[in-house]
Design a binder for this molecule. Structure first.
Ligand code: SF4
Length: 221
């Protein structure tokens, strides 16, 4: 081996083994915001086998997860951060195709509540979002909880800044009242805001009137 080649090899070995390691990259706010949008974009692109558009999937997921007070066109428009007119056609199409059914409100007889039909429930059981859910489920439990706390804090902050409903479940809502304080019986949780009893299913569903337990003071009037 020539002297020059030997020197080159020594230099390569020295660089490979003794060059300082780069500092670990620290993500900043812009990086993380872009990642969240990227996840949303990729999830939004999943169309599944039902032949639904991304907006139709979003509507079907919303009506599958919303509580009985929030399964209306206007609440879905708030959730989708758009106008009632924009989402009306999506809801109409899903109803005509048999994924949603319409029911007059029992309380006021005027507003219309939308429920998933059996066909809608079958579609949701094959939701293409399950790929994303599976990746999140694969995270360690403490990482899932930390992620949920941080993301829900960001979502609350953004909805307050934009003066839009935050949406969340009763079990984390400021208006959830425990049994003793409820006027609906000792074995019944209830909503202080709507003065309605809540069952176990309600507690886990999304609500348009939700206010995070620590944010009541900033609720828009
Ligand atoms: S307790 Fe909160 S989330 Fe539940 S129904 Fe009442 S306002 Fe909605």
């Amino acid at each position: 081996m020539s002297a020059l080649r030997s020197v080159r090899m020594c230099t390569v070995v020295a660089l490979r083994y003794y060059a300082p390691m780069p500092e670990p990259y620290e993500f900043d706010g812009a990086d993380i915001a872009e990642l969240l949008i990227q996840i949303g974009r990729l999830a939004y692109a999943e169309s599944g086998e039902a032949g639904l558009t991304p907006t139709q999937w979003m509507a079907l997921r919303y009506f599958a997860r919303a509580n009985r007070f929030s399964r209306t066109v206007s609440a879905f428009a708030d959730y989708h951060a758009t106008t009632r007119g924009t989402v009306s056609q999506t809801v109409k199409t899903l109803t005509e195709r048999g994924y949603l059914s319409r029911r007059r409100s029992e309380s006021d007889g005027r507003s219309v509540r939308l429920d998933l039909t059996e066909k809608g429930r079958d579609a949701i059981a094959a939701d293409p979002l399950s790929r994303l859910i599976g990746l999140i489920d694969a995270l360690p439990s403490d990482a899932q909880q930390s992620l949920a706390i941080e993301i829900s804090g960001i979502a609350s902050g953004l909805s307050q800044a934009l003066d839009r409903p935050a949406f969340g479940p009763c079990r984390r809502c400021r208006f959830l009242t425990n049994d003793e304080q409820s006027a609906h019986g000792s074995a019944q949780a209830s909503c202080r805001y709507l003065n309605e009893p809540l069952d176990a299913e309600d507690l886990a569903r999304l609500c348009v009137n939700y206010v995070a337990a620590s944010a009541l003071e900033s609720r828009p009037s």
